[in-house]
Design a protein around this ligand. Structure first.
Ligand SMILES: [Zn+2]
Length: 578
């Protein structure tokens, strides 16, 4: 490369991660040992961040994982003190039995509602395993092993499976379920059995710990066989008898499914992979969409109540990555469509977006008596930038009940950014595959995407390699053109990828194809919307949202490519923490 290549100003997920870093640094509460705030509300005078029972294992586990994934993308050392504070806070919740406990919660009696939640154990394990994979810290491995022992002790066993019958325990005994959403109560709501599986499998993959894999396998079978089980052999969510037939929490089902599928892939269990794939397809059809929006609950109820949960969207994305990595390559199309659209549209990108909400709902802003210890009031609107409200509809950023920054969904959105970004390329010795047409920079290759403006991707090699570039599913393969340094070049097809056997250091490979431009009507919950697609990017939605409308992307509906001045952040050698 002589003159510096001009870089298209198209989606750069590291810019999005930089925004989320702002949230990660500014959410936790230094006055409570960096305990994160789960909730928040901007429709209050003053607006506030609020603590809740979810701050403990759930949100701290997500923050620990989130900080690590975020820093790999962003590549700077901002907020290290806060990151350390949140790590210490998460570790402070452990007891001698190896499990993570909730602390004091105003108005809740732990003897009645429990203080050791299975859901939290799963999220803390995610934090621990990601931390261990990144830093190989022997102290952290001890915590993982302690949790494995603790979980094995509290599980119930039958035949060849294990399960957790309820979501919470107090002093070593299970307590009855407490949560009562959508007019129903279900012990299956949180799919407790499924939560620790994925991190246990990842720990096995890293260290070959057979005990972790064995227990994960028992829990996987528990998901399918226990008295309260979660998936049918067809892949559908299980419908239990009254009162358990309703009010499914989609996130806990999708998270359980991630564990099941990862276990199936690692053990090479084709039957189980098939079930996982059917379940993914079932969720896409009954709870999700082509562009990412995924309902918080199943089944759909009414337009007002059917809001998304970003956690569910990221889980769906995670499942698509798992399937694509396992060789079902057409699922990369889903990854690309989710991340280009609702995943990034769900982010709060500046304080300007609050204005229309504060005007529209000015009569609903309620004055509150500041209550120190449970709420935080300083500079809240600015501190929420980079987060996501977590809910929202197809065309609105905020929906009723979600006027803040979600402590589960914001780190999970960040995880979605990471999962996509870390799979833009796959690197094997002497070989690079470009799976997603998104801007990316690394020590081996730089990817410049001209989409959605033009059907064009440039790949500049920094080291000699065989190069494969995936072509989207809406392209007619006859229309694909490949050139090297501007000269048309012969190539081979390898599934959905064009392949060049040898590309030299410094050479630029350009892949071009016609861009699809069309309006498509799609059901979202109980309603239908019209979407204008340019390639995999939605550039307009009808009807338009009325308060903080999404897909204000008219500038993208153009063939003219804008360029950026800043170079792309370069991924480190060990960027792929999978
Ligand atoms: Zn969430």
């Amino acid at each position: 490369m002589q003159a510096r290549e001009r870089i298209p100003d198209t989606l750069d997920l590291t810019d999005r991660a930089k925004l989320t870093q702002h949230y990660f640094i500014n959410n936790p509460d230094p006055s409570q040992n960096y305990r994160p705030h789960f909730g928040g509300n901007i429709l209050a005078a003053p607006p506030y961040y609020s603590h809740s029972e979810w701050d403990f294992g759930d949100v701290s586990g997500r923050f620990v994982e989130g900080f690590i994934l975020n820093r790999i993308m962003v590549g700077d050392g901002e907020g290290m003190d806060v990151e350390k504070g949140v790590r210490d806070f998460m570790l402070s919740l452990f007891r001698e039995d190896g499990l993570s406990y909730r602390g004091y919660i105003k108005g809740l009696d732990p003897a009645k509602v429990g203080d050791m939640y299975l859901w939290d154990q799963g999220r803390v394990l995610y934090g621990l395993v990601t931390w261990f994979l990144k830093e190989e810290d022997a102290r952290i491995e001890k915590y993982i092993q302690g949790m494995l022992e603790g979980l094995k002790k509290v599980a119930l066993y039958e035949d060849d499976y294990a399960y957790f019958p309820y979501e919470a325990m107090y002093e070593g005994k299970y307590v009855q379920p407490r949560y009562n959403y959508w007019g129903d109560m279900s012990q299956s709501l949180w799919a407790a059995t499924g939560q620790p599986i994925e991190p246990l499998v990842r720990y096995y993959e890293a260290k070959g710990n057979e005990e972790a894999l064995d227990f994960a396998g028992k829990l996987v079978r528990g998901l399918l066989k226990a008295p309260i089980h979660f998936f049918e052999p067809s892949g559908a969510f299980t419908l239990h008898k009254e009162p358990f037939h309703f009010a499914f929490h989609v996130h806990s089902h999708t998270a359980a499914l991630i564990g099941l599928l990862r276990y199936a892939i690692v053990t090479g269990d084709e039957e189980l992979i098939g079930l996982g794939q059917r379940a993914y397809d079932w969720i896409k059809k009954h709870s999700s969409t082509s562009f990412g929006w995924t309902c918080e609950h199943y089944p759909y109820t009414t337009l007002q109540r059917d809001h998304q949960e970003v956690c569910c969207m990221t889980d769906v994305l995670n499942l698509a990555v798992l399937l694509a990595e396992a060789g079902y390559e057409h699922y990369w199309n889903d990854v690309e469509r989710i991340s280009r659209n609702h995943l990034v549209e769900s982010q709060i990108t500046s304080t300007e977006i609050y204005e229309p909400i504060l005007v529209t709902f000015k009569h609903e802003i309620r004055k509150i008596q500041p209550e120190q210890g449970w709420h935080s009031y300083d500079n809240i609107l600015e501190r929420m930038v980079g987060a996501t409200p977590g809910s929202g509809s197809a065309n609105e950023l905020f929906t009723t009940g979600g006027f803040g920054a979600s402590g589960c969904c914001s780190p999970h959105m960040n995880k979605g950014f990471y999962l996509t970004w870390s799979h833009i390329i796959t690197r094997k010795p002497g070989r690079i595959r470009v799976n997603l047409s998104l801007n990316f920079n690394s020590p081996w290759v730089e990817v410049h995407s001209f989409r959605p403006y033009q059907g064009k991707v440039e790949v500049i090699l920094k080291k000699e390699a065989a190069l494969s570039v995936r072509i989207p599913d809406w392209v007619d393969k006859w229309d694909v053109k490949v050139s090297v340094n501007g000269e048309e070049a012969p190539f081979k097809w390898e599934g959905d990828y064009v392949r060049l056997e040898k590309v030299h250091k410094g050479q630029k490979v350009t892949v071009e194809y016609p861009l699809r431009k069309e309006w498509i009507r799609e059901d979202v919950g109980t309603a239908s919307f019209d979407f204008r697609w340019r390639g995999d990017t939605v550039v307009e939605i009808k009807p338009k949202g009325r308060i903080v409308p999404l897909y204000e992307r008219a500038h993208m509906d153009s063939d003219e490519i804008p360029f950026r001045d800043q170079p792309l952040r370069c991924a480190p050698e060990d960027f792929h923490l999978w």
